[in-house]
Design a binder for this molecule. Structure first.
Ligand SMILES: *Cc1c(COP(=O)(O)O)cnc(C)c1O
Length: 231
């Protein structure tokens, strides 16, 4: 089942890229493996997946130890400051930076470990109360504040769009995030690049790709429904 799912999601991404006049490799799939056992990740790995997304630091670190070292681990969930030290040298990209205090902690731990950390700024484009992320209006200011940290490199923006039955409802948010990244790129801020746009999940990744996503984060569409009761 995982094999068929990967093939079909990758086909859909390729078709969405084509339909919007983008190049074949412009959007990549992150297989979101939170709550799933290592055996399922190994299976996805055997079919070529190298980008995995996890929500929790502890789970990412456990799986990091058990799986091949050429995996790129994406931390996509909310990051607490007291967990930063465990993950700065393991995550390939942290998608969920939304405050100066969190960035300060990342800088501190990255300096200690002498690593540099790639991050995205999480933007709450839809202004949902339940979501983390900075507002559209706060984004540039936060980026300018973080840009001066020597061990952190801002690579782009991330958003979690609202849950919806109708994926096209989210096109407006995806377009908004894309526009914001273009606007910020034009400011040419030192140490900031806006090449990465992390948006789109199982229900809406094709719309996200059409709007310019460079990373889609697909969990259910690859591994099936999650069962949180077993955790
Ligand atoms: C769980 C999760 C996903 C994947 O969600 P699906 O709907 O299962 O594809 C993507 N992004 C984030 C931030 C998540 O927490």
């Amino acid at each position: 089942m995982i094999k068929e799912n990967i093939i079909s999601v990758e086909n859909n991404i390729a078709n969405a890229l084509k339909a919007s006049g983008r190049k074949p490799d412009e959007a990549k799939l992150i297989a979101v493996s939170k709550t799933k056992p290592v055996s399922m990740l190994e299976e996805a790995y055997s079919y070529g997946i190298r980008d995995f997304g996890e929500n929790k630091v502890q789970e990412l670190c456990d799986k990091y130890e058990k799986l091949p070292k050429d995996i790129r681990w994406h931390l996509i969930g909310h990051l607490q400051r007291n967990k930063v030290k465990y993950v700065v040298d393991k995550a390939y990209l942290i998608h969920s930076v939304d405050s100066l205090r969190l960035a300060e902690e990342i800088q501190k731990e990255a300096e200690k470990k002498q690593v540099s950390v790639d991050i995205l700024i999480e933007v709450n484009v839809a202004m949902e109360d339940t979501k983390y992320g900075v507002t559209y209006e706060e984004t540039e200011d936060l980026i300018r504040q973080i840009a001066v940290f020597p061990n952190i490199h801002i690579k782009g923006l991330m958003t979690i769009a609202p849950y919806t039955e109708n994926a096209s409802d989210n096109t407006i948010y995806f377009n908004k995030l894309k526009q914001l990244s273009v606007d910020i790129a034009e400011k040419n801020i030192d140490n900031v690049c806006m090449n990465v746009l992390s948006m789109g999940m199982t229900g809406d990744y094709e719309e996200a790709v059409k709007a310019g996503s460079t990373y889609v984060r697909v969990g259910t569409g690859i591994f099936g429904e999650r069962d949180y009761s077993k955790l």
